[in-house]
Design a protein around this ligand. Structure first.
Ligand code: FAD
Length: 658
């Protein structure tokens, strides 16, 4: 265990840790709270919830986002739902079961104490959001409705049609707007954080660029919170919004915050397949569709080839000639097997020559049986907007013919390392939501990201920020401290350097090249060789980028190419850390699948019937830990630190969904 990684997990029984921690932590009295200021970067569900809550408690908050309104944070894209263990269905759910499913779903690579707290506060989130007026779907009797998501055998997902993120964000945004109107939150839209400022080793502010005027400016506070979302766009093609980036986290990493488990990427099984080289975005088809849709490919390669050549339609394939491979391989969970498992199964079917999209990379998600059983109206009420979106993009009507889907990059479980208080290895710098590594281990279960972001923002940080602030003298640091001017100068110099390259290639051409390299070599499957290849190529691409990128225009106003270039420069550094992490983790777990580490027909575990050939082979003896990377200079390999994971409540086992 690295002595630099103190997780600060409270002692005592799992169920009492959070309550006890709150009891044992220092409080700041209401009159004193007003003296403290906090910077929150990000106004998605995690940042928006944190900013609104901290302001309501009395802290002075400055909140930053790069969109023109907090209402447009990427959280708005979330479709399917948010988990909580209310057990309204009386189907055996409990806080413990949600905790257990989450730890197991993450392939036993998350901290028990954090996950238990998450499961515990999840019910409060539903109450809070309902009180805000979030229009969760309801049953006839008036109770909130639930549906099922992958990796769980209970129905615990609360939803608002296929727009849950949007509705939750509207609730959060209203809370934030109320605080803005009261003067507790000062909001800075279209303001991009370019770096974090440390004074005497503590995070005391940020340097930003005004995206409209180009002004580079500093802001100081007593503590800084990053809630800046995930880094899936390192792959260029992903389901994330185009603006999602790693800049804030990478900048913090370069100033001393450790980056944990960067190799854990979630590849979501149900996205619209890639259809050509021109694409810059992939579209998610919500996991909720797997409640009623059945996934299949033809049993024979000939039938699949006939479909690809347009000689057969899915309707021409007889029932007996279809392979409902998830139902076959994982009978207890069927189409609701977790995402990593389902994605790999789709890849396996396509690698076997049974893919149905023109590219060979696609499987069917079929609603025929559900429509026969429930009627088209019920399906329309449940998923109408998703069906409409699918038809608009592909031209196919999913009420009549199955959807074609394929896995795509969707979420990143890695992020800045944080302790139980959500503080990074830099004192005063906290990190929330998708940007931290905390609760999902090697694989996130569906509907758990919204839960974590809101848990962090509404319930955890409002308590734990005081642990840091109580030891600080409020207002002691201002932008007059010389560290601010120095980092402002560094930011300006870097932007000018980018603008002055004047090369021949567009930012996107570099991003596309990096993304493809990452997908091919550090994507759904990785090997030692592929990762070594990527580690050799990334510095070469980075070098060419800094010599040959072309950014038209200037820095004194709106310049979207400059914005993209600055973000890509960070991706080009970060990608290397991802590959180092994937290379050193010599096991397969969750979203990290190393081809060398999979069960085969000869494995004793397969012979004993505990798993199947092709499933991920964890190596708990060596790797039941968090890997957190410490920056050592861009051209040097970072140092890998280890936080050993202690499992007191859950026994590690081969993850089985059969
Ligand atoms: C298509 C899609 C559907 C999804 N559906 C679900 C679902 O049904 N259920 C579920 O649980 N999860 C879902 N997820 C995942 C979930 O939506 C995200 O993980 C979650 O919303 C992230 O919230 P966040 O607050 O951490 O970050 P975001 O919502 O990404 O917010 C990031 C914020 O940081 C700001 N920011 C970033 N960098 C900077 C910078 N340098 N300077 C200033 N501001 C910055 C942005 O402006 C933004 O305000 C889905 C994801 C996708 C892509």
């Amino acid at each position: 265990m690295s002595d630099k990684l103190d997780s600060k997990i409270p002692a005592g029984p799992l169920e009492q840790k959070w309550t006890k921690h709150k009891m044992d932590s220092k409080l700041i009295n209401p009159a004193n709270k007003r003296k403290y200021s906090v910077i929150v970067v990000g106004s998605g569900l995690a940042g928006g919830a944190a900013a609104a809550s901290l302001s309501e408690m009395g802290y002075k908050v400055k909140c930053f986002c790069y969109q023109d309104s907090p209402r447009r944070a990427h959280s708005i894209a979330a479709q399917g739902g948010i988990n909580a263990a209310k057990n309204y269905q009386n189907d055996g759910d409990s806080v413990y079961r949600l905790f257990y499913d989450t730890v197991k779903g993450g392939d036993f690579r998350a901290r028990e104490a954090n996950v238990y707290r998450l499961a515990e506060v999840a019910n409060n989130i539903i109450d809070q959001c309902t009180a805000q007026g979030v229009p969760f779907a309801r049953e006839y009797g008036g109770l909130l409705d639930n549906r099922s998501f992958g990796g769980a055998q209970v129905s615990r997902t609360f939803y608002a049609r296929g727009q849950t993120g949007q509705q939750l964000l509207i609730g959060c945004y209203q809370a934030l707007e109320k605080e803005i109107a009261k003067g507790g939150v000062e909001m800075f839209p279209r303001t991009e954080m370019m770096d974090v400022v440390l004074v005497d080793g503590h995070a005391k502010g940020i340097v930003t660029r005004d995206m409209v005027t180009g002004e580079v400016k500093s802001y100081a506070a007593d503590a800084v919170i990053l809630a800046t979302g995930g880094y899936g766009n390192v792959f260029f093609l992903s389901t994330n919004a185009m603006g999602c980036n790693v800049t804030a986290a990478q900048r913090a990493y370069k100033r001393g915050a450790f980056f944990a488990n960067p190799c854990y990427t979630q590849i979501h099984p149900t996205c619209i397949p890639v259809s050509g080289d021109y694409q810059s975005k992939l579209t998610l088809m919500s996991e909720s569709l797997r409640n009623d849709g059945r996934i299949w490919v033809p049993k024979s390669q000939d039938d699949a080839a006939a479909i690809r050549n347009g000689k057969k339609k899915p309707e021409d394939i007889a029932e007996d000639d279809r392979d409902y491979y998830l139902e076959r391989k994982y009978p207890s969970f069927g189409n609701l097997a977790p995402r990593d498992v389902s994605s790999r199964a789709a890849k396996e079917a396509c690698d076997d020559g049974r893919g149905v999209a023109p590219t060979g990379l696609g499987v069917y998600l079929d609603f025929r049986d559900a429509i026969d059983r429930l009627g088209e109206n019920v399906i329309r009420a449940r998923y109408g907007n998703l069906f409409q979106m699918y038809e608009k993009i592909t031209g196919d009507n999913p009420y009549k013919t199955p959807m074609q889907i394929y896995p795509a990059v969707h979420y990143t479980m890695g992020g800045l390392w944080v302790d139980y208080n959500l503080q990074t290895t830099i004192p005063g710098l906290h990190c929330l939501g998708e940007a931290n590594f905390s609760d999902h281990g090697a694989n996130r279960l569906g509907a758990s990201a919204l839960m974590q972001g809101l848990a962090d923002g509404y319930f955890v940080i409002p308590s734990t920020i005081a642990v840091y602030l109580a030891g600080e003298k409020p207002g002691s640091i201002t932008t007059e401290n010389p560290e601010f001017a120095q980092i402002e100068a560094e930011v300006t110099e870097r932007l000018n350097k980018l603008l002055n390259i004047n090369g021949n290639r567009t930012v996107d051409s570099f991003h596309r090249e990096l993304g493809l390299l990452m997908w091919d070599n550090c994507g759904m499957a990785r090997t030692k060789e592929s990762l070594e290849l990527a580690l050799q190529r990334i510095p070469e691409i980075r070098k060419e980028f800094w010599e040959n990128v072309r950014i038209p225009g200037h820095g004194d106003g709106l310049n979207t190419e400059l914005e993209k270039a600055a973000r890509l420069a960070d991706f080009l550094e970060f990608a290397e850390t991802m590959c180092h992490d994937a290379l050193e983790r010599e096991e397969s777990c969750g979203g990290h699948f190393r081809l060398e580490y999979q069960f085969t027909a000869d494995s004793p575990e397969v012979q004993a019937g505990s798993t199947q050939p092709g499933e991920a082979m964890r190596r708990d003896e060596e790797f039941a830990h968090v890997a957190a990377w410490e920056y050592q200079g861009t051209e040097n390999k970072p140092i890998r630190h280890v936080e050993q994971l202690e499992f007191e409540s859950i026994q590690l086992a081969i993850r089985s969904y059969a």
